[in-house]
Ligand binder design. Sequence first.
Ligand SMILES: N[C@@H](CCC(=O)N[C@@H](CS)C(=O)NCC(=O)O)C(=O)O
Length: 205
Amino acid sequence: MTKLYVAQGACSFGAHVAARELGLPIEFIKVPLRTPESPIHKVNPLGRVPTLVSDSGEVITENGAILPFLADLKPEAGLAAPAGSVERAQIQEWIGFLNSDIHGAYKPVNRPNLFHADEEVQKSIREGGIARLRDLIRIVQRKLEGKTWAVGERFTVADAYLGVFLRWLPRAGIEIGSEFPGLAAYLERYNARESVKAAAAFEAA
Ligand SMILES: N[C@@H](CCC(=O)N[C@@H](CS)C(=O)NCC(=O)O)C(=O)O
């Protein structure tokens, strides 16, 4: 059986949601992060989630690979689009933007200690990170203007992944309702999905 390694509240939530949308027999394994005892190290040498182990035992890492791989397990679910189509490219465009720009922008916000040992310097790194994140979320809001979902008016893996970073906004002290009203309804739609509720409950248990 395909196995998907996830951690509570991590970026693996997008793959977790996508996998639950498919309703396929996939085993979810919750692991702790950043501890040498975590079983994730036996599967992924980088110790990161998401990590997927296919039916045939092949290990796949990186959201950019796992999200489309999951969608392609059941094309009729419409979580991606056929290879070579414009929609497929737009879904990949979102995944690339979220993976590099948005996830990257959270690094100085969540872990400023990676950039400098001095706590005062860390504070300003975090503040600069929050300002940069706000700018990028403004772009997301503009891209979603007048749309129900990111691509093709249906929920795709781009949305499964985007929702993760909107759910993280309070960590940066960003209140979506007052600062990004255009995204609040999107996040409500995301949070209302059965897949999202089930993934959140599994991770919290
Ligand atoms: N580029 C990777 C990043 C994955 C990643 O950084 N995952 C975090 C959770 S959000 C993690 O596992 N961190 C543990 C660590 O860095 O030790 C991807 O998009 O899959």
